[in-house]
Design a protein around this ligand. Structure first.
Ligand code: PLP
Length: 712
């Protein structure tokens, strides 16, 4: 995908149109019309108003008259002239402003503070920052063979027109469309090391160089470079090749693509500094730049029940994360299954930034638009029978709320839970968790918990009687190594609960929000629970938990609460997450992606693999040997994966993982799992995952395995 941006100066529209047509490849054209706008403003009788801010900067005020001039010049004249020129050249061009169809959404700036007649004034200014591009609309147009020609204005939060910098729009467009080539045409031969000397074009830059360049240039070029930095921050590796080139030549785009001007690429080993005051201290030199250094600093004060894997992760984009040394990994841990939309999804980042400018904490006893919107979207996704939800911050809290609701609703105290089940680490959730080594050190826990073998319908029927407040089950046991419930087992649970007057609590903390290819895993069994526990992917990696209840189930006033529960930042991101899950085709791709990964693994027919269990993009590879050495080797091969029990290798990749990344993961798995066991166990001993491993994944796999090789 090619994106071309032309500035607002005197450009030869026909030359650009003919050049673009000759490339015969899909493109998006973004353009300005600054000079024309100023002329139109004068013609309309409202010349641009230049104001000086209190801090001494002068800028053009964007008031209603300025917006009229802008629309007339950009959308009315320049946009249509470009469409006309492209159509003459044989391209099916379609002109759009960012306003049309809500194509580019933004937020208005704070206004301009100025002094008039000795008094401080805040002037309303209709300009702002673009935050989100509707990539779906563009992809549809491109798919239908149109070449979108886009210009300002964009649409603000109140639906009104906003002026903005096209370079900022370019950054969003490039990341949203996954552009491979970006050409930014300017009235100079490229980025010049000496502004006055056109022969000093800088040929090649890496994204990491841009920060220094931003400090070196001024005015519009500085804004351009800042926007380019954003472009590369948003771009998923390998990122686009960006060319800054002369728009005044005969074939400006072709020449740029052939090497004219300045070429900027994503730095291969981009190292992100983690700025803290300690970095200034030379004694911390190692600590500031290496994984080991940061781990050491953290070790000093962290009470660590996790153990460490030897990496310090500083940057995530899509399905990849980067360590501080600059190595990139495909992230199949995916925040323990919380990153359905990957790291820093642009739409989520926009929602978070937008909410961050409003309010961060609203007590549960007050109204909050962010909370209301999240709840509305959540209940669009849920069956109508589940009509209300309590919001918390995590999976274990969602389960705690469910247990309290079950007891207060039924007036009973008992619970039925499954062997191998996992429901969280707080005392209540732990009581219904199966793994003895998690529970026993903390006993006594809740009494009256009966445990039955998973998928054993008779045992379930026998266990559910009038003492039982709730049956608590996962539709797919994730932490135990990806064991799906038989639909008949969940149906039997539903019937047993109905017969005994107990509640059916389904824990979809891990399976919810598309992980299994459906929005919720219970949909497969055609069973609707009385209480549904949700967390992880609900808010794109931000802490949010939810306990949804069937109509008629109450939570009496004062019976429960949470300081942070449903906080507006998490809710805004949760709502944006649901927008993506509900309004795009992502869920329909999950099964195919999972199948592809499974097929590549099964085809390799690896002796160490006993079985591949999979539901959607929840994958458990049952090994004949301990899993930890293989995890260490996979990490070396650029794939982060997790364990479930001692012999299951589990993958919970973001649902947005690409086909290429799936193949990369499969190739790494086949390579590593195909190695002689000694190779991987040596690797584990030498470069070991921390001795205590990853206790987040319970060591309760169904298959008894030898002791962990990575123990010291
Ligand atoms: C099914 C299930 N329930 C509950 C939890 C606990 O969630 P959290 O870690 O957010 O407390 C998990 C975590 O893995 C889980 O998989």
């Amino acid at each position: 995908m090619l994106i071309v941006k032309v500035g607002g100066g005197d450009i030869d529209l026909d030359a650009i149109a003919v050049d673009l047509a000759s490339l015969a490849r899909p493109f998006v054209l973004l353009h300005g019309a600054n000079k024309l706008r100023d002329n139109v403003a004068v013609a309309l009788g409202h010349p641009p108003t230049v104001v000086e801010s209190v801090s001494g900067y002068t800028s053009v005020l964007t008031d209603e008259h300025a917006i009229d001039a802008l629309m007339a010049a950009y959308a009315g004249i320049r946009n249509k002239r470009l469409v006309e020129a492209l159509r003459r050249a044989g391209v099916n061009a379609l002109g759009l402003t960012g306003l049309d169809g809500g194509l580019v959404q933004g937020v208005r700036g704070p206004g301009i503070r100025t002094i008039r007649d000795g008094r401080k004034l805040l002037l309303r200014d209709l300009s702002g920052k673009p935050r989100r591009v509707d990539g779906r609309l563009l992809r549809t147009l491109l798919g239908e063979g149109y070449a979108p020609v886009i210009t300002v204005p964009i649409v603000g939060e109140d639906g009104g027109a906003l002026n903005t910098e096209n370079d900022d729009v370019l950054a969003l467009l490039a990341s949203d469309l996954g552009a491979s080539d970006v050409v930014s045409l300017i009235e100079a031969p490229g980025l010049l090391s000496d502004r006055r000397d056109p022969s000093t074009v800088v040929r090649d830059l890496e994204s990491a160089d841009l920060e220094a360049w931003e400090g070196r240039v001024e005015g519009r070029m500085r804004r351009k470079i800042r926007a380019l930095r954003t472009l590369f921050e948003l771009a998923a590796p390998p990122g686009p090749v960006v060319r800054i080139a002369d728009g005044r030549t005969r074939q400006p785009v072709s020449e740029a693509l052939a090497g004219a001007g300045t070429r900027v690429t994503l730095s291969p080993g981009r190292q992100l500094a983690v700025p803290t005051s300690a970095d200034q201290d030379p004694g911390h030199a190692l600590h500031a730049t290496s994984s080991a250094g940061w781990l050491e600093r953290q070790r000093v004060h962290e009470l660590d029940p996790y153990g460490k894997r030897g990496l310090t992760l500083v940057d995530g984009t899509g399905a990849t994360v980067r360590d501080i040394e600059g190595r990139v990994y495909v992230d199949c841990i995916g925040g323990h299954g919380a990153l359905a939309l990957g790291h820093r999804h642009p739409a989520l980042a926009v929602a978070l930034a937008d909410q961050a400018e409003r309010v961060w904490s609203v007590p549960g006893s007050y109204g909050s638009p962010a909370r209301a919107r999240l709840l509305e979207r959540l209940h669009e996704a849920l069956p109508a029978e589940l009509d209300r939800t309590f919001l918390s911050n995590s999976g274990t809290e969602a389960v705690e709320a469910a247990l309290k609701i079950a007891r207060s609703h039924t007036g009973r105290s008992g619970f039925v839970a499954a062997l191998r089940g996992f429901h969280g680490r707080t005392m209540g959730a732990l009581s219904v968790t199966s793994e003895a080594r998690y529970r026993e050190p903390f006993e006594p826990l809740l009494g009256g918990v009966r445990r039955i073998p998973f998928n054993d319908r008779d045992a379930l029927r026998d266990a559910v009687d009038e003492e039982v407040a709730a049956v608590v089950l996962e539709p797919v046991q994730g932490e135990a190594g990806v064991h799906p419930a038989d639909p008949g087992f969940l149906q039997a649970a539903r019937e047993a609960c109905d017969a005994a007057g107990a509640l059916l609590v389904l824990d979809e903390v891990q399976t919810g929000f598309g992980r299994t290819g459906r929005m919720f895993a219970f949909e497969r069994a055609g069973v609707v629970p009385d209480v549904l526990c949700l967390a992880k992917s609900i808010a794109g990696g931000l802490p949010l938990g939810a306990t949804a209840v069937r109509r008629g189930i109450e939570l009496p006033l004062g019976a429960h609460g949470s300081t942070f529960g449903g906080n507006p930042l998490a809710c805004a991101v949760g709502r944006a997450t649901l927008d993506v899950l509900l309004d795009t085709e992502l869920l329909s791709e999950v099964e195919e992606k999972g199948h592809r990964l499974e097929a590549l693994l099964v085809r390799a027919s690896l002796p160490v693999v006993r079985e591949v269990r999979r539901v959607g993009l929840m994958v458990g590879i049952q090994l004949r040997l301990p899993v930890r050495p293989y995890l260490a080797r996979l990490q070396e091969e650029g794939v982060l994966a997790l364990a479930a029990g001692s012999t299951v290798l589990r993958l919970l990749p973001p649902l947005i993982i690409t086909g290429e990344q799936i193949e990369l993961v499969a190739r790494a798995l086949v390579r590593v799992l195909g190695e002689a066991p000694e190779a991987s166990s040596d690797a584990a001993r030498d470069r070991s995952l921390e001795s205590r491993g990853d206790p987040y994944a319970p060591g309760q796999g169904s298959e008894p395995g030898p002791a962990l090789l990575s123990r010291p």
